[in-house]
Design a protein around this ligand. Structure first.
Ligand SMILES: [Zn+2]
Length: 384
């Protein structure tokens, strides 16, 4: 980053490391403004209105789940938000099937927290273990492709599998941990927004992978389209309707579930911790904490001074970073110099490898939609 042109927002801590940032005459950035617009429509509405909406959402989940063993699906990583969703579900009397995705990178603490939660709340847990050899091959392909969002394989895995499991158990509702007051700010350039772009994923793997992906679940545009019509999932995001304060939530989790803190957002996974705290910063010059902290400033949960103090510290404990580095290299079967080479490779935009919105791919999907769509609507009508 050219120091001369470096600039930080005067209200939050977003800065010119997000190239799309723009400032107004007071030096306030577009992310702050976008947050304000979103908040007015969502989390800033009166609490009683939101809570009433939440009550109705709970009733709907129960209604749709009548007669089934489970009335909803909850994905649990062991992190703050998903753990809190489980506790909330217990309190409002839901009967969830808890799903945990084990992509091979769980921290020991995450495993402990999950065990604890399940035991204390008495819910059923379905742990979805994937083929490590395949997943490793896919993650390595992303590293070799030199694209920024190496978390796409995990996200694709979670979305696609959640859907499969819901269908298997005839579950109609998914309760998710989307959280505006802690996550709303995120520059497009820091992630790949089309997390479900199976064309991009397949092309990257074709080019850099070494073994076929036989078991990895894929949810492309066409499948999403069919699912949307045939299996209308009821999706609920309670955190956006509750009065959510991160520190209070942590306190509750510690007191009521014996939960233990990881010391960083999404640090329950060793890979995510290393990716966000090391790879993103060193290779891409991105400190993702800025987005998270800025959202917390915008939602009034911390002050800008507190955020600046946090940013002055290392992304996470430097001794642990070293341990993670060795662990990650070993787990990927790389040598130190092979890893260094990947870290030093120039970055490549995801779009370089082709996307589901490219003309040819999209046309295929569009033709399918036109031909199969009317038929699906008939089937959906019969099913009702
Ligand atoms: Zn700002």
């Amino acid at each position: 980053m050219d120091n001369k042109n470096y600039r930080m927002c005067t209200r939050c801590v977003m800065d010119t490391t997000a190239p799309e940032i723009v400032f107004d005459e007071k030096g306030v950035c577009n992310f702050c403004k976008e947050y304000d617009v979103l908040a007015v429509k969502t989390v800033l509405r009166p609490l009683d209105v939101r809570l009433k909406e939440l009550d109705e959402a709970v009733l709907k989940i129960k209604e749709l789940g009548k007669g089934q063993k489970y009335d909803c699906l909850i994905g649990l990583s062991g992190g703050v938000d998903s753990s809190y969703i489980c506790l909330w579900a217990k309190k409002v009397g839901l009967r969830p099937l808890i799903v945990h995705f084990d992509n091979g990178w769980n921290s020991e603490l995450a495993v402990k927290n999950i065990e604890n939660i399940i035991q204390k709340l008495g819910f059923d847990l379905h742990t979805h273990v994937i083929s490590w050899e395949e997943f490793k091959d896919l993650q390595l392909a992303y590293l070799k492709a030199s694209v920024i969002d190496i978390e796409v394989p995990t996200d694709q895995l979670i979305f696609a599998s959640l859907f499969k499991i819901a269908k298997k158990y005839k579950i109609k509702s998914v309760v998710n941990g989307l959280n505006i007051v802690t996550e709303a700010i995120l520059p497009r350039s820091w992630v790949y927004m089309d997390k479900l772009d199976i064309v991009n994923l397949t092309n990257i793997h074709k080019k850099f992978g070494t073994i076929p992906l036989k078991n990895f679940p894929k949810l492309g545009l066409t499948k999403q389209y069919i699912n949307r019509i045939l299996y209308k999932m009821n999706s609920v995001a309670p955190l956006n309707l509750l009065d959510y304060n991160k520190n209070e939530v942590k306190e509750t989790l510690i007191n009521e579930l014996g939960w233990r803190d990881y010391g960083g957002k999404h640090y329950e996974s060793v890979f995510t911790r290393f990716y966000q705290g090391y790879i993103l910063l060193k290779k891409f010059g991105v400190d993702k904490r800025k987005a998270h902290l800025s959202t917390m400033i915008a939602s009034g949960q911390i002050t800008r001074e507190e955020a600046l103090q946090e940013l002055a510290r290392p992304t996470y404990d430097e001794k642990l970073q070293k341990e993670d580095l060795e662990y990650v290299i070993k787990k990927f079967g790389l040598t130190q110099s092979e890893f260094d080479e990947l870290m030093n490779k120039p970055t490549v935009p995801h779009e370089f490898y082709g996307t589901q919105w490219d003309k040819h791919e999209f046309r295929k999907h569009y033709i399918f939609k036109r031909l199969v769509g009317p038929l699906l609507n008939v089937v959906a009508a019969i099913k009702k």
